[in-house]
Design a protein around this ligand. Structure first.
Ligand code: BTN
Length: 253
């Protein structure tokens, strides 16, 4: 039986032992016509992909490495809203299942005590400026142990197990993510992005905090004051200048 109590998200699930990247597998399935809500999960990725061309550490059986196929039929500019929605869904699911006080660093890193526990990568295929499909890649370091992490990750990454002191059931967490995602996606389609902004702000680690913004315009500092309707982070640069940061990276100061 299916433990996921949703109608669309995760209604079809494919589990793979070892793969290069579930993003590639999901893309292939989407091209073959897979329905919205199809979920590809791997036990291990040998070429896990992160944002900004980074690698994603995806050891066997220790995490949730999965990609969800969406068919939002919207212009590309809405992709960043979906990115933020995905972050909110995952953050809420982790809180619900583990009770850990995880929060979101813009756009969608999920952290606990400034260490990363989850990353999200949204990739879309466009035709005539409309998204033909969109792949929401979710990587949650669930039961990764301290000594699994390579040295360069030890100080910046953690896991649900490390933080909570016990093994977390991955199946339960996957189901919770699908349920949260489906609920938020419905709200988003019926009421627009505003309710999602409110939920995001409630989980945000950036709000009213100093941030360092790395963008194509160089490195700048300011105070994060909210999200705009497109999903950009609004940063108060001083002297009344509020700057929307559309892409790039922000650091918690
Ligand atoms: C990031 O924070 O840089 C995003 C990381 C996204 C990782 C997930 S794991 C499942 C999916 N497959 C990939 O290759 N990447 C995403």
């Amino acid at each position: 039986t299916n433990a996921i109590h949703t109608t669309v998200m995760g209604s079809k699930v494919e589990v793979i032992k070892t793969t290069f990247s579930t993003q590639e597998d999901a893309r292939r399935r989407a091209e073959q016509g897979a329905a919205e809500g199809t979920l590809i999960i791997a036990e291990e990725q040998t070429g896990g992909k992160g944002r900004l061309g980074r690698k994603w550490f995806s050891p066997y059986g220790k995490g949730i490495w999965m990609s969800l196929i969406l068919r939002p039929q919207q212009p590309l500019k809405f992709a960043s809203q979906l990115t933020l929605l995905t972050g909110v869904a995952v953050c809420r699911a982790i809180r619900q299942v583990t009770g850990l006080e995880v929060g979101i660093k813009w756009p969608n890193d999920i952290l606990i005590q400034k260490r990363k526990i989850c990353g999200i990568l949204l990739e879309s295929a466009i035709e005539d400026n409309v998204m033909r499909y969109c792949i929401a890649g979710i990587g949650i370091s669930v039961n990764v142990d301290d000594n699994d992490y390579p040295d360069e990750l030890k100080t910046i990454a953690t896991s649900l197990k490390i933080e909570s002191g016990s093994t977390v059931n991955r199946t339960l967490l996957i189901a919770a993510v699908m349920e949260e995602f489906e609920t938020l996606y419905q709200i988003y389609q019926q009421k627009g992005f505003r309710p999602i902004i409110n939920l995001w702000e409630a989980l945000s680690l950036n709000l009213n905090e100093e941030v360092i913004v790395h963008s194509h315009q160089g490195i700048q500092e300011g105070i994060a004051v909210g999200l705009d309707s497109s999903g950009a982070l609004l940063v108060d640069m001083g002297m009344g200048e509020i700057k929307p940061v559309i892409s790039g990276d922000v650091k918690l100061k």
